[in-house]
Design a binder for this molecule. Sequence first.
Ligand SMILES: [Zn+2]
Length: 401
Amino acid sequence: MLANLYGITGKDQYLRLAQRFDKKVFFDPLAAHRDELKGLHVNTHVPQVIAAARLYELTGDKRYRNIANYFWDEVTGERSYCTGGTSNFEHWRSEPGVLSTELSPLTAEDCCVYNMLKLTRHVFAWSPQASHMDYYERVLFNHRMGTIDPETGTTVYHLPHGNGYSKIYAKPFDSFWCCSGTGAEEFAKLADTIYFHDDNSMFINLYIPSDVNWTEKGIRITQQTSFPAEQGTTLTISAGKPVDVDLKLRVPYWAKNGSVKVNGRLLPTFADPGSYLVLRRPWKNGDRIELSLPMSLHVAPMPDKETLQAAMYGPLVLAARFEEEPRERWYRHFTAAKEEKPSSTLQFKGQLNDPSSWLEPAGGKLAFRAVSQNQTVAFASLSSILHERYSMYHEINESNS
Ligand SMILES: [Zn+2]
């Protein structure tokens, strides 16, 4: 806030005051690329890195940029679950890359990823990488979209990654927490970050029905899709006269066999997963781009335990869905979760790197089922699970498969 105040006013006093809050014991190891995050409270530290990012933008001091980039890489690469969520009991409690011991009902506080999305916008703006937006999509479609109750509009505090818990939503009048505040901001910002532009190109980062008007260039792009139910998107151009800009479409890391048509004609080339497909031409009114992004099953193993895995379909984490909780358990105080015990980890026989060996489509959109030793288990996208108990991480046993 103080850095932003300096940005708005240009008064040095606010810059000096902002920098009085630089926490040396936190920033110095990050600047030296050492992960000493274990033991820290997550959501009081992510905003300090957002401040570092902003101070780099305002002062040009590369140390701040270095801190922000290293922190972003470390948290998203070493300290995030399959949903993109981070934290357990509000803290980083393990060494980097150790998450199999960090499964509980109080994992992945909402505010932490909310603030990580803010930080992602900064690091992306300095040097746009598809991996930044792969992370953004992972968080948005699994964590954030899966943490609001459509009936009351209240949000959860933690997204449980431990086995057999359910989401606990705030009560409308007497159980508010920090994540109620960031939740209110978050769901008013769903249109953020779908598009970015630089001098002469538009980045189409996220596949969400929307409309963007780049007034300086005189071009408007309308995006129509029901993604992720639909495996792709369609963009239509509106322009008074032909406009010579590059359109950069993100090809997600999970899209192995994508293709694109422009005005109905299939282009002979495409881009690798995890990069941007660049389309160059003068764009004219009515031009139409159809992007196909086929989804398939893949795994998100624990970084420290390969046999403990979550299954994913395209960008979506698939969770085993158990019985619905009685209504009186939907809206509670989050501390109630501390008293609950996890259910045992489900075991499936199959190949470690191929979830189609133990998971199959079950008819209907985004529905799957798996067969364990003694039961058939229904799977659905995590964000579609509202009041049922669920589990995301399962033990895959290759023997006898
Ligand atoms: Zn919070």
